[in-house]
Write a protein that binds this ligand. Structure first.
Ligand SMILES: [Zn+2]
Length: 269
């Protein structure tokens, strides 16, 4: 190991579309670690201990979930009910879930309902201005917008209707294996457009662009997920590639960095 980034709060991997494969940077404290240059090299990731809440910036020995301390997880609008279930949004009615100003800013803007292939076709909802980031975070190989709505609630209603036909979950094992939806993706988008409820059809995007994404991780990867749960946990292995929010190692281990957001992570290479 020639270089060490001292343990500092980890943030989710910053991804951008590029050829021949997605560019990935891991933010550790004030540093950005260039993942693409580390592929094929031995690296060590470790969690000596401590974590920073991504909402209140408090320092804790561990976090509850989503990079948040226990209090923020149950009280912050960053973990409100509409984050996971857009159809439960209420800002358009002027009704607060946890913090109306925060929820208005987040929910009352254009949202995209999309189909993505991330180890199988899935439906999802995201703010339109960050849709590409969302697809990259999920490790998608292709994606297409099905509808663009005025707010998060309307997108949630469309997603609920589309869940009759498509999963809303990513199968991370199949995503890391590089499996793709084996039926006709264009036909699937046709089914999705048909499934939009009639009172929401005005938001449909017919003939949307099919976006393609290429990843550094070779197909056929058989992943065994690892998670840092105890102070002192570490991984030392050769980096095989990266996809979505995962780093994958040649010994089959894979770690979802997003689920470690806020932990003081050290990295050596
Ligand atoms: Zn907190």
């Amino acid at each position: 190991m020639n270089f060490t980034w001292a343990a500092a709060p980890l943030r989710k991997i910053i991804l951008s579309v590029a050829e021949p494969s997605v560019r990935a940077f891991v933010p550790i404290g004030r540093h950005l670690v260039d993942v693409n240059t580390l592929i094929g090299k031995k690296i060590r990731l470790n969690w000596p201990g401590m974590a920073e809440c991504q909402s209140c910036s408090g320092i804790f020995s561990s976090l509850q979930a989503q990079g948040l301390c226990r209090k923020c997880f149950f009280e912050s609008p960053m973990a409100g009910q509409s984050m996971v279930r857009p159809e439960l949004s209420t800002a358009h009615l002027g009704i607060a879930d946890r913090d109306l100003d925060f929820e208005r800013a987040l929910q009352l803007q254009p949202h995209s309902v999309y189909l993505a292939d991330s180890g199988g076709v899935k439906v999802g909802v995201t703010r339109t201005r960050q849709q590409v980031t969302r697809w990259l975070d999920q490790g998608a190989s292709r994606a297409q917008v099905i509808a663009i709505t005025d707010n998060r609630y309307e997108a949630g209603l469309i997603e609920v209707a589309l869940k009759e036909h498509f999963s809303d979950k990513t199968d991370w094992r199949r995503m890391l294996a590089g499996e793709t939806f084996d039926a006709d993706f264009s036909a699937a988008t046709g089914v999705a457009l048909e499934a939009i409820p009639s009172d929401l059809k005005r938001f449909a995007v017919a003939n949307g662009v099919q976006h393609r994404v290429h990843w550094s991780l070779a197909a056929g990867f058989k992943a065994k997920s690892v998670k840092f749960s105890n102070h002192g946990d570490e991984i030392e292995a050769v980096l095989a590639g990266q996809r979505g929010q995962y780093l994958a190692f040649t010994d089959g281990r894979a770690i979802n960095l997003r689920s470690h957001e806020g932990l003081f992570i050290g990295l050596s290479c």
